[in-house]
Write a protein that binds this ligand. Structure first.
Ligand code: SAM
Length: 280
């Protein structure tokens, strides 16, 4: 009889969010695969979970997966947790779970906290369709290119962001998605300094720029999808704008393109600016 691989969610801040079922499973399995033994050790100890741990992180996941699944095949139950929240969501575990299925092992989720879902639940933006983009690229050119891929996407967008990049990330969102796009900044969810700010992208950018405290901690950024009424430039307008941009300064190119195509000057200027930043 082979065992089971449990994928167990742990708190994203507030330890009281650890579910009864999660604690019970972690007490009963033979081994818990963790990202960082010291970090998880503290959480497990606080809940009288004395199960042995084995490190499993992005640098040793392939090798660890083999070892862990061998134990499952031999009848042991194994659990995977990450530093916080739901494993595999911007965290290790994908290789392990994929291999577990390939080997015919039973995989059981123990659901619980997850920053994407917590942020969506309090953002006040449509949740019927959303796209989780994880962390945007660190380099500005690649980040803008990724944001441009979402330009015509009507689904609500969810991003994770690090404190040292939150300001520049919001600046790029203003440039690509427009200053007035509704968004919600969810900071330090479930923790003492939890802050949930629904505003426009430019208001959020202004807030993190002027208030140092708003640049501290962990962030989820939820951004409204493109509205049907929002102008999105068509192929002909794009061609005109690109030709004019190659001959004229940006503002002039946008103004002239607006006259030729009947599109809004600001939209064309923002679009041209974003293209230029990708090129730079
Ligand atoms: N697996 C985790 C989950 O289920 O949400 C996410 C892990 S990912 C490495 C860490 C990122 O998640 C942080 O940089 C932040 O963007 C987001 N995050 C995690 N906990 C958070 C919290 N309490 N408040 C806001 N964002 C959080």
């Amino acid at each position: 009889m082979s065992g089971t691989l449990y994928i167990v969610a742990t708190p994203i801040g507030n330890v009281a969010d650890f579910s009864e079922r999660a604690i019970k499973v972690l007490q009963q399995v033979a081994v818990i695969a963790v990202e960082d033994t010291r970090h998880s050790g503290r959480l497990l100890q606080a809940h009288s979970i004395n199960t042995p741990m084995l490190s499993c992180h992005e640098y040793n996941e392939a090798q660890r997966s083999e070892q862990l699944l061998l134990r499952v095949a031999n009848g042991e139950d194994v659990a995977l947790i990450s530093d916080a929240g739901t494993p595999l969501v911007s965290d290790p575990g994908f290789q392990l779970v994929r291999l577990a299925h390939q080997r015919g092992c039973k995989v059981v989720p123990i659901p619980g906290p997850c920053a994407v879902i917590a942020a969506l639940s309090c953002a006040g933006l449509p949740t019927d369709r959303f796209v989780f983009e994880g962390f945007l690229p660190a380099k500005q050119g690649a980040r803008i290119a990724r944001l441009q891929e979402l330009q015509n996407d009507p689904r609500t967008h969810v991003f994770y962001e690090a404190p040292h990049r939150i300001e520049e990330c919001l600046q790029d969102m203003v440039t690509v998605m427009g200053a007035q796009r509704p968004a919600t900044l969810a900071r330090e969810l479930t923790k003492t300094f939890e802050t949930i700010i629904p505003a426009t992208l430019s208001e959020l950018h202004n807030k993190v720029q002027t208030d140092e405290n708003q640049r501290k901690g962990e962030f989820v950024l939820v951004v409204a999808g493109t509205q049907k009424s929002e102008a999105v430039i068509d192929a002909e307008t794009e061609k005109t704008l690109r030709i004019l941009m190659s001959e004229l300064p940006l503002r002039q190119a946008a103004a002239l393109a607006a006259k030729i195509t009947g599109q809004k000057k600001n939209l064309l200027y923002d679009t041209a600016l974003a293209w230029q930043q990708v090129k730079d």
